[in-house]
Write a protein that binds this ligand. Sequence first.
Ligand SMILES: Cc1ncc(COP(=O)(O)O)c(C=O)c1O
Length: 457
Amino acid sequence: MSTIQLQTSIPGPKSRALAARREAAVPRGLSHGTPVYVARAQDAWLEDVDGNRFLDLAGGIGCVNVGHRNPMVTTAIESQLENFLHTCVQVTPYENYVRLAERLNQITPGKFSKRTLLLNTGAEAVENAIKIARAHTGRSSVIAFEDAFHGRTMMALALTSKTHPYKAGFAPFPSDVYQVPYAYCYRCSYSLQYPSCDVFCARHLEDTFKRVVAAEDVAAVIAEPVLGEGGFVTPPPEFFRIVMDICHKHGVLFIADEVQSGFGRTGKMFACEHYGIEPDMVVTAKSLGGGLPLAAVTGRAEIMDAPGPGGLGGTFAGNPLSCAAANAVLDAFEAKDQDLLSRANSIGHQFQKRAQSWQSRYEIVGDVRGLGSMRAIELVKSRETREPAPEETKRITQYCYEHGLITITAGTYNNVIRVLVPLVITDEQMDEALDVLEDALASVSAGQPVIAEAISK
Ligand SMILES: Cc1ncc(COP(=O)(O)O)c(C=O)c1O
């Protein structure tokens, strides 16, 4: 039996009524990808207030890798509810914060001694990683990458690349931030091709230290191992090794932002593991809390201990309910019967196989990429010019939600459809989701050249 079940046209009458109330009460700057209001969610599906059931490829933007309402997570939250909700760790600390820190120190890449600081959101964790890097190095500058997204607070926005809608109109941002091209091979900033380019974009960091900002002024380079909002761009295997070697040669710290790529999304606990690197600090959030707000900075002990007592913290940072949920998330990853890392890989294969078949049939599918279940398709108006196809991308997501599938887009050019599905989705459900996406591609491609036909002509 199919999981998707639609009772009304989408959005239904109750969702439309809530949308009218929302318009009067909430600023338009907070936008929604899908016009349905949720009533409940479980595993990889959610149901709206009109009784329509959707498959969810968005997972709250990658926050429920262990599934909506994973029973291990809800049980841990319920048991914490019986004890206490909030004391503030800076007033009276509690065990589950310390346990979570110990576990994150253990599972993040690198066997060296580490410390973990807990925060509320990804942006807040990014801000704290920069504070710590500055305190440790005594240097002020930070280098980030084009097409990166690090959050919506002021420093995180300074590090973020995309102008509209994120940065435009919100300046001034903190200074001493520089952006350099990422390894976006499909749209190489240097018009080179991998592997003949010899990963020029990574080696170019040396040049940046000569022409843009002196290495001895740079506290850190921050990078997403796979771009999230930037469109699931997946650099070549050597990219981060080269960047990190250059950083360390100059005493610059390397911070990996694993907020979106972390917690099993790529088939390993952290995407960095695919690249064989051990960052000085790793920033995590999203799926760490299993659906509750929680973020972390985990790093080398001597770096993390640079700020003095009282220099780090936050009233709700690392609150006990979120810590209970996060410890349960880590238990779920350890549970043999859930085998979430293997699931991430098989979901990724399932998607890749279908997406490659779309690429061979539909001109609009320009690039298919990703790691593990962190997969995406980049849509173009023409294979030759690679002109982005944002309007078509929007029509595809609309077709999807009207047919029971929640998807989200990404990319600097708003032309990427990304998969952040809960890893507990079954093969049958994933097939059902991919059928809807395929129908959407066919519907939007109608009237446009289909590759097989174009070739035979
Ligand atoms: C890579 C990355 N870093 C940071 C953030 C910011 O996280 P938050 O929205 O929790 O502040 C995001 C959010 O999408 C992200 O994808």
